[in-house]
Ligand binder design. Structure first.
Ligand SMILES: Cc1cc2nc3c(=O)[nH]c(=O)nc-3n(C[C@H](O)[C@H](O)[C@H](O)COP(=O)(O)OP(=O)(O)OC[C@H]3O[C@@H](n4cnc5c(N)ncnc54)[C@H](O)[C@@H]3O)c2cc1C
Length: 313
């Protein structure tokens, strides 16, 4: 085992990158473990309009790149080859298993975020990545002048429907409730968009295909039980997120949905173990809140490290 890390941040999305900026600036040894390229879910956001400082908005990828650059400039280290496979306590410290190596840290900030939920309907797995997508920025350009559906009614679904409407000929927006639950201004953009067709109170029941090609989506009306088949080229799903909290499931308390319970400082039910961003249990899951939670967690963690050194933790 090499030198002990002061703050090991697991996950390099907005929460982890902000935690890294705060850790490095506090001059404690701060290492971010990220399984892919830093940026997290925001990389799949076509356009971010609600992050302060960018009055005209910014692409999710550009925002992620800027945060990464800022964390590196501040002096945070990055290990981006393998996922963290396990975390175990050892005395007051933690040991992370990463790519066959054991790495010791005084504090862990879990910022593993969340992954998009799947609908779990017939046909979905057959056409995953071949017509069914969870990322409009990545796959949207494949649907120029085609017809696609977006399933979901929240901020991500409405925002990505508007983005897809710039590329596709027609976008069907399907939501199981009788009204969208997105922020008002996003709802307005969808409701009055000439290329977006809204299907409220409808459930996506089956993804249809012909051989290797997705051909449509079967919908069921919640109002009268009737069936509709939409002829489509692609289906984009934005129906919520699942917390990536498995690494700490046996170490600290989770809520009933699997999100890590934290106090206002980001501390879990275990000393030295923090959680920030989408993996933790607060309601507004956005870039700005993930960043804020990353900052809170590291602010408290640095104080905890100081009390450990002073022998008062
Ligand atoms: C399509 C879409 C559009 C969105 N649009 C907006 C928007 O316009 N405005 C807004 O504010 N928010 C938006 N969001 C939400 C926003 O992206 C999230 O709230 C935010 O990214 C959460 O940040 P996070 O750091 O908590 O987690 P994430 O962004 O999920 O990052 C977690 C990171 O942890 C890494 N990781 C996971 N497990 C491990 C492991 N075991 N080892 C190492 N690394 C690991 C992952 O690879 C990932 O990079 C959007 C989300 C989506 C999907």
């Amino acid at each position: 085992m090499g030198d002990i890390i002061d703050i090991a941040i697991v996950g390099g999305g907005p929460a982890g990158l902000t935690a890294a900026i705060y850790g490095a600036r506090a001059r404690v040894k701060t290492v971010v473990f990220e399984t892919g390229l830093p940026g997290g879910q925001i990389v799949s956001a076509s356009w971010v309009e609600n992050y302060p400082g960018f009055p005209d908005g910014i692409s999710g990828q550009d925002l992620a790149d800027l945060m990464y650059q800022q964390a590196e400039n501040a002096g945070a280290e990055f290990r981006t080859i393998s996922p963290v496979e396990a975390i175990r306590p050892e005395g007051n410290d933690y040991v992370l298993s990463v790519g066959g190596e054991e790495i010791k840290a005084r504090v862990v900030v879990l910022a593993t975020g969340a992954i998009p939920k799947k609908l779990g309907i017939p046909g979905e797995s057959d056409f995953a990545g071949r017509g069914v997508s969870w990322c409009a920025t990545c796959d949207g350009p494949l649907y120029r002048d085609k017809v696609v559906a977006v399933v979901g009614g929240g901020d991500s679904a409405t925002q990505e429907a508007v983005y897809l409407a710039k590329i596709a000929r027609e976008v069907h927006l399907i939501h199981r409730r009788n009204e969208l639950r997105a922020t008002e201004c996003l709802q307005e953009q969808c409701l009055f968009h000439p290329q977006i067709v809204l299907h409220l109170s409808h459930i996506a029941e089956e993804i249809l295909g012909d051989g290797g090609k997705l051909t449509g989506l079967k919908l069921r009306s919640k109002t009268d039980g009737s069936e509709t088949v939409l002829a489509l080229d692609g289906v984009f799903e934005f129906v919520g997120i699942d917390a990536q909290s498995g690494l700490v499931a046996d170490l600290c308390e989770l809520d009933e949905l699997g999100f890590v319970k934290v106090d206002p400082n980001g501390l879990t039910s275990r000393a030295g173990l923090y959680a920030a961003g989408d993996v933790s249990n607060y309601k507004l899951k956005q870039v700005v809140t993930a960043c804020a939670r990353g900052a809170f967690a590291v602010y408290d963690a640095v104080h905890y490290l100081e009390t450990m050194v002073a022998g008062t933790a």
